[in-house]
Design a protein around this ligand. Structure first.
Ligand SMILES: Cc1ncc(C[n+]2csc(CCOP(=O)(O)OP(=O)(O)O)c2C)c(N)n1
Length: 562
C-alpha cells in the first residue's frame, strides 16, 4: 500500500515495528505470539519479561507507560485474556496508554468448544479506546499503527488487539508487508491542539476578575507535560493550585501556592481552599467523583472554568463560565502571554488566607508527621519519604489507605519528581512500580503500598529479582486491610465482635524475609528512627528491595472535609 512492501512474517513485521516505535520492554505470560518473541531476540534488544500473572503484566505495562509517556505493551494467550483485561481497568481509569495483545479465536474452530476458548473481545470493550481483531497477517502494519495512534492521542488510554489463534499463531503467516512506523505516536502527546484565542481570553478574563480563585490541576497537566506552564500561570496571576490525586506532582508540595490534593483522598487544606474559592479553574481534570469529593468540593453552582483536550469532558459535571478545548501546555502558555500580572495584587489577601489554611494543616498534623510511636504511624512514613526522596524520584502509590495517606500527607519537593497512583485497584502499585523502573532505569523508583496491596502480586518479587529491576517497595505492614475497619465498625453498630476482625485482618508476615527468599533484598523496620536510613540503604542497593515497615493497625487516615 505504501510502496515499501517486503515479503516477511507477521512476527518479523511486529518485531520491526516495536523497534521502530522505541519499545524497550514487553510484559507477558506465555505463550502468545511465540514466533514474534523469537524474532524479537534476533532483530531487537527488547526485553521480554515473563511474569507471574497477566494482571501484573498489564499493571507493569501501565506503570511503564505512565512513567515514560510511551505505550506499555502487555500480552496473554487466549486463556489469560480476561486476566489481562482486568488489568487494563486501572489504565482505563487513569488514561494510561497501554497496548494489550492477546491470542484469540480461529474462524476455523469457533463455537466448537475448543479447549480454553471463549469470546474474549466483549470483555475488553469497557476498558479500551480501540478493541480490534486481526485475522489476516496483511493487517499487522496498519492495525499496529492504529493501536499506537489511538493509545496516545486525545485523552490517552488502553487499546486491545486480538490476534487469530489461541496463541496468536497468525504471526507465523507471511505476506508482502511494510513495517512503517509513525514516531509521532510513540509518545504522549502526539498533537498539541491549539484552542481558539477567544475562548482562552474569556477564561483568562474570568480568572483575572476573581479575587478568590483556585486552579485544580489534573492528570491531563502531566500527560501534556505542562507543569512548568501551570506553575508560571499560577505565579503570574497569584492563583493557588490544588491537584487531583492523578495530577499530584503537577506542582511541588513545597511551592508557596500549592495547597495539596483536593477531593476524597485529599488534604484538608486543599478542600478548604477549593470550598472557599469564588472561581475554580480545572485544567486536564475530568471533574470526577474522587477529585470533587462527589461534587461537594467545589459545590455545584461555584463559577467554574474547564480546560481540556477532550471536548466531551468540558462542562460534564459543573456548569461553566468558560470552557477551553485544547492541549494544557499550549493553553496555559497562551494564558501566560496575555496575563495581567499587575492585576494580581487584588488576590493578596486571598493568598495570605490560603497560606494560613496550609499552615493550620501542617500545625494540626505536625505531631503525627513526627511521631515516634511504636508501632510506626503511617503519617511518619509519609513525612520521612517527603524529606528523603531523591530529586528525580518516581513515587508510585497504591489505592485505599495508601492513596489516602500519601495523597494527603506526602509532598513532592522538586519539579523533577513524579508521582503515580492507582486509580482504584488495590495491588496495582507494586507491579506498576516495577514497570516504571523498567521505563526509567536511571531514576529512583519508590513504591508505597499496604500489605493487602502487596499480597496481590507478591510473586512478582521473583520477577524483579530475575530481571534485576531495582525498584524500592515500602510496605505499610499492619497485617490487615485496616481501611476497611471503619466500615465494619459501622455495620456492627459501633463495636465489632472479635470474630469480625476475620473480615479484614491477616497473619503477621515478615515481608523482608519473603523478599530475601525470592532473591530480592529485604529490610525490616520496627522503629520510626530506622525508616529513613533503611530507605536510603534500599536506594543505594541497586537491587529490588522490599522495606517492610511494621505499623499501627489502629491508625486510620483522616476523612475528607467538605
Ligand atoms: C481490586 C480491589 N478490591 C478491593 C478494594 C477495596 N479496598 C480498598 S483498600 C482495601 C484494604 C487495603 O489494605 P492495605 O493495602 O493493607 O492497606 P491498609 O488499609 O491496611 O492501610 C480494600 C480491600 C480495592 N480498592 N480494589
Amino acid at each position: 500500500m505504501l510502496g515499501h512492501n517486503r515479503r516477511m512474517s507477521g512476527a518479523e513485521c511486529l518485531a520491526e515495528m516495536f523497534k521502530g516505535y522505541g519499545v524497550t520492554h514487553v510484559f507477558h505470560v506465555p505463550a502468545v505470539l511465540r514466533k514474534t518473541f523469537a524474532v524479537m531476540e534476533t532483530l531487537t534488544d527488547i526485553k521480554r519479561l515473563h511474569v507471574h500473572g497477566e494482571k501484573a503484566a498489564a499493571y507493569m505495562a501501565d506503570g511503564y507507560a505512565r512513567a515514560s509517556h510511551k505505550p506499555g505493551i502487555c500480552m496473554a494467550q487466549v486463556i489469560g485474556a480476561l486476566n489481562l483485561a482486568a488489568g487494563l481497568r486501572d489504565a482505563w481509569l487513569a488514561h494510561s496508554p497501554v497496548i494489550a495483545m492477546t491470542g484469540g479465536r480461529d474462524p476455523k474452530t469457533k463455537f466448537r468448544k475448543v479447549y480454553q476458548e471463549i469470546d474474549d473481545v466483549p470483555a475488553f470493550e469497557p476498558v479500551t479506546k480501540l478493541n480490534a481483531t486481526i485475522d489476516d497477517v496483511a493487517r499487522f502494519p496498519d492495525m499496529l499503527r492504529q493501536a499506537f495512534r489511538v493509545a496516545t492521542s486525545g485523552t490517552p488510554g488502553p487499546v486491545h488487539l486480538q490476534f487469530r489463534g489461541n496463541e496468536g499463531q497468525v504471526d507465523a503467516d507471511e505476506a508482502e508487508l511494510d513495517p512503517l512506523c509513525e514516531p509521532q505516536f510513540a509518545r504522549v502527546p502526539p498533537f498539541r491542539p491549539r484552542p481558539d484565542d477567544a475562548s482562552v481570553l474569556n477564561a483568562l478574563t474570568h480568572l483575572q476578575d476573581s479575587v478568590r480563585p483556585v486552579i485544580v490541576a489534573g492528570g491531563g497537566v502531566l500527560a501534556s507535560d505542562a507543569s512548568g506552564e501551570l506553575v508560571a500561570v499560577a505565579e503570574a496571576l497569584q492563583v493557588p493550585v490544588a491537584t487531583s490525586l492523578n495530577g499530584k506532582g503537577a506542582i511541588p508540595g513545597n511551592h508557596p501556592l500549592s495547597v495539596g490534593v483536593v477531593g476524597s483522598y485529599s488534604r484538608e487544606s486543599a478542600n478548604r481552599v477549593v470550598g472557599n474559592a469564588d472561581l475554580v479553574c480545572f485544567v486536564g481534570s475530568e471533574t470526577g467523583g474522587m477529585t470533587t469529593h462527589f461534587w461537594a468540593v467545589p459545590k455545584i453552582g461555584t463559577p467554574v472554568i474547564q480546560i481540556d483536550i477532550d471536548p466531551e469532558a468540558i462542562g460534564r459535571n459543573y456548569p461553566l463560565v468558560a470552557g477551553v478545548n485544547g492541549d494544557a501546555k499550549v493553553t496555559l502558555a497562551q494564558m501566560l502571554r496575555a496575563a495581567d500580572r499587575a492585576g494580581a495584587g487584588k488576590r493578596k489577601a486571598w493568598v495570605a488566607q490560603v497560606q494560613e489554611i496550609c499552615r493550620d494543616w501542617r500545625a494540626k498534623y505536625a505531631p503525627m508527621l513526627a511521631s515516634e510511636a511504636v508501632p510506626i504511624r503511617p503519617e511518619r512514613m509519609c513525612a520521612d519519604l517527603s524529606r528523603i526522596m531523591p530529586e528525580d524520584a518516581i513515587v508510585v502509590v497504591d489505592t485505599g489507605h495508601a492513596g489516602m495517606w500519601m495523597g494527603g500527607m506526602y509532598d513532592l519537593t522538586s519539579p523533577q519528581q513524579s508521582y503515580m497512583r492507582s486509580a482504584g485497584h488495590l495491588g496495582w502499585a507494586f507491579p506498576a512500580g516495577l514497570g516504571a523502573k523498567c521505563a526509567c532505569p536511571d531514576r529512583p523508583v519508590v513504591t508505597f503500598t499496604g500489605d493487602a496491596g502487596l499480597w496481590y502480586h507478591i510473586a512478582e518479587i521473583e520477577t524483579a529479582a530475575r530481571w534485576g529491576i531495582s525498584a524500592v517497595t515500602v510496605v505499610n505492614n499492619n497485617a490487615s486491610g485496616n481501611q476497611s475497619k471503619r466500615g465494619f465498625d459501622r455495620v456492627y453498630g459501633g463495636t465489632q465482635t472479635a470474630q469480625a476482625r476475620e473480615l479484614w485482618t491477616f497473619r503477621k508476615v515478615n515481608f523482608a524475609r519473603v523478599a530475601e527468599e525470592m532473591g530480592a533484598v529485604g529490610l525490616r523496620v520496627d522503629k520510626p528512627g530506622e525508616l529513613a536510613p533503611a530507605i536510603q540503604q534500599a536506594l543505594a542497593a541497586n537491587r529490588p528491595v522490599i522495606v517492610d515497615v511494621v505499623t499501627d493497625i489502629d491508625a486510620l487516615a483522616p476523612l475528607a472535609v467538605s
